[in-house]
Design a protein around this ligand. Structure first.
Ligand code: ME8
Length: 653
């Protein structure tokens, strides 16, 4: 988390949030988009004089997370702890300036959720009944027949299961009229196209009460007065936006920052944020957020980029190769307002070469070089009567930029704002071509000083406005201009500096060989984009995702033994786990292994297996597992038991 000076008490506040991301696997550039987008808005608002609170975090409960932990043979808590660290490392890498990071396993959050649930139950807005209908396991969502699309889950398109379950329900139907008004009579939900979607697809079809507990898994916050029920992820997750501010505890930040100014997310969870979340707040008598903004998806080969589909692009790899500014720029510029964006490596690389290296990098490089070559870097502010019509036209563009960018960021049209700043950069490049400094040096050095000053000033204002978007290079530009990095937007106008003294700076990036980069990126993707099952837990990798090296001594700490599998049954409530009894030459041990999707119990009985014999016992689905069986993982991501030759008890070395 970035350290900033304490905000003045009289400042206007601005509270912005990302979704809390599932701690079920490594995040990809889709998650980076939302987080970088909120970061640019938060940084812009801080520069514009607001006292900003920017919140992000992790959603750590639920079946999906429990299963992902099981697949890796880890306890859910150890699993989410390692992922939360990895996610925080990603935000540090991406230069995210969040003020808060909430985890739904934080004790304060868990207590506040239990209290909220009890409060809603006592008010009669939560009641107990039975759910009969369709259930999408990956989305953990119940659906009615009429909500299905071609008989499949309307959110993810996967098959649904028939389900009957005792549940607690939230009385969502009671709030239908108030929600309709909120959606249709205010600008609560943006962009407008999402409003129609919510009203036509959900409110008009009749809001059903929402099942808000599950008994099919136990990794979650228990209903305090009926602990066989676990509070379902959305009722656990959505209130993170208030519990992170201390709602239900000291509440200081809650009274300061709530109602939220902007919740940002992609379109698939707009329904939860624009219907379920305001209804929960209405039931709790808390004001609703001012704005919910649902952006589009980053698509890959025509499909939504997602962890579960394995088509993800790793931000650590991209930033290692091209730097953080390049990835931030690409994400913020390429995603159009409200629409989806098709990702390709070609698009990323050509945007880096065209916009970053050519337009911005070249403008700065050649202007700085000319100012040093012609004036030893010293350029003075010209008198007003030295400016010609061409200068005045360009200066009007410089002067109008900050207000236009501010208006864009309020909507928030982030890509439009960047486009505008790059519009000024483009005009500056054209201004060089029109004024030909290389000819002026021979004929009119006074005019040349004016031209160089106008150019340096255009660069200064662009860099000032770029600070919320690209966090490294604009700072270097200020160094090169001999000026401190501004903390606000006050100087975003022509003529605020009397004299420049420029020095050489590192280029933002050198021009990329696109063909070479493409083939290298493809080779990396072939290696790393294995399905989720093949992914290693974060603990096995360093912060950049590269496998960590260990010494021979460390390796020999692992005790590997041949075991014979004697008994095997499926673990109830789990699709992935088998409970095995193995003989290790001395005694029988219970092992829980995440291979049930590949092996039936009878397939493994009688087989030899390779056991990690000195692993700390871990509890999986309530069963203590006393070791781990080794598997190889094929290109299809499916684990295959390693079956060593030899007798039970023999060491493997
Ligand atoms: O839904 N394009 O978490 P999640 C653009 N825990 N944005 C994308 C994206 C893509 N391809 N993929 C992911 C959850 N995102 C819940 C949220 S909030 C109370 C609970 C971003 O890990 C986008 O913001 O599935 C999307 O809404 C979010 O990640 C989903 O993250």
């Amino acid at each position: 988390m970035a350290k900033r000076p304490a905000a003045k008490a009289d400042k206007k506040t601005f509270y912005i949030t990302t979704p809390i991301y599932y701690a079920s696997g490594a995040l990809h550039i889709g998650h980076c988009y939302t987080t970088v987008c909120c970061d640019a808005i938060a940084r812009f608002k801080r520069m514009d004089g607001y006292d900003v609170y920017y919140l992000t975090g992790t959603d750590e409960h639920g079946q999906k997370v429990q299963q992902a932990a099981e697949e890796r043979g880890m306890s859910p808590q150890a699993f989410v702890d390692s992922l939360a660290e990895r996610i925080k490392a990603l935000w540090t890498r991406m230069d995210i300036s969040n003020d808060g990071f909430i985890r739904t396993t934080d004790k304060a959050h868990e207590k506040a959720i239990a209290d909220i649930f009890t409060k809603l139950y006592e008010k009669g807005d939560i009641y107990k009944s039975e759910y009969v209908g369709k259930y999408c396991e990956p989305c953990e969502s119940f659906w009615t027949e009429s909500q299905l699309v071609d008989g499949k889950c309307p959110d993810c398109g996967r098959p649904v299961k028939e389900t009957k379950e005792e549940c607690y329900f939230f009385r969502l139907s009671k709030y239908a009229d108030r929600l309709r008004k909120l959606l249709t009579e205010t600008d609560f939900l943006q962009p407008d196209s999402r409003v129609k979607e919510m009203v036509n697809n959900f409110i008009d079809k009749g809001l059903s009460d929402l099942a808000v507990t599950r008994t099919s898994f136990d990794w979650g916050i228990k209903v305090p007065f009926d602990p066989k029920h676990v509070i379902y992820v959305w009722i656990d997750a959505l209130p993170n936006y208030i519990t992170a501010l201390g709602y239900g505890a000291d509440g200081k930040n809650f009274s300061k920052y709530w109602p939220c100014d902007m919740h940002v997310m992609a379109k698939e969870i707009v329904r939860f944020h624009s219907i379920v979340w305001p209804a929960i707040l209405m039931a709790l008598d808390i004001p609703v957020p001012k704005r919910v903004y649902g952006h589009g998806w980053i698509m890959f080969d025509g499909d939504k980029m997602s962890k579960s589909k394995g088509n993800v692009v790793d931000p650590f790899i991209l930033t290692d190769r091209y730097g953080v500014d390049a990835l931030r720029y690409f994400l913020l510029r390429a995603m159009p307002f409200g629409d989806d964006m098709q990702y390709s490596n070609e698009l990323l690389l050509s945007s880096i070469n065209n916009d970053i290296v050519n337009d911005l990098g070249n403008l700065v490089r050649r202007t700085f070089a000319m100012s040093r070559q012609y004036f030893g870097g010293a350029v003075k502010k010209p008198a007003a009567d030295k400016l010609d019509d061409g200068d005045k036209k360009f200066i009007a563009e410089i002067d109008g930029l900050a207000a236009a960018v501010r208006a864009d960021m309020d909507r928030p049209l982030v890509s439009k704002a960047l486009e505008r700043i790059f519009g000024l950069i483009d005009s500056a490049n054209k201004y060089i071509d029109a004024n030909k400094p290389w000819a002026l040096i021979k004929t009119d050095t006074d005019r040349l000083n004016t031209v160089m000053y106008v150019l340096l000033d255009a660069i200064r204002v662009s860099a000032n406005l770029l600070l919320p978007f690209l966090t490294a290079y604009p700072r270097r530009i200020f160094d090169g201009l001999g000026l401190p990095v501004p903390e606000d937007l006050a100087a975003c106008a022509f003529g605020k500096v009397d004299a420049y003294k420029t020095t050489e700076i590192e280029p933002i990036l050198n021009r990329l060989d696109i063909k070479k980069e493409l083939s290298e990126l493809e080779a990396i993707a072939a290696e790393t984009n294995k399905p989720a099952a093949a992914e290693k837990p974060a603990a096995d990798k360093d912060k950049d995702g590269a496998p960590e090296q260990i010494s021979i001594d460390e390796f020999f700490k692992t005790e590997l033994r041949v075991v014979k599998i004697e008994e095997c049954v499926k673990v109830e409530k789990s699709n992935k786990l088998l409970k095995l009894t193995v003989f290790d030459g001395e005694r029988r041990r219970t092992i829980v292994s995440g291979i049930a999707h590949c092996y039936a119990p009878e397939d493994v009985i009688g087989k030899n297996a390779a056991l990690v014999a000195n692993l700390k016992p871990a509890k999986l689905c309530g069963i203590v597992s006393e070791g781990m069986l080794l598997c190889s993982v094929g290109a299809d991501g499916k684990p295959k038991l390693v079956e060593p030759k030899g007798e039970a008890g023999e060491k493997i070395c």
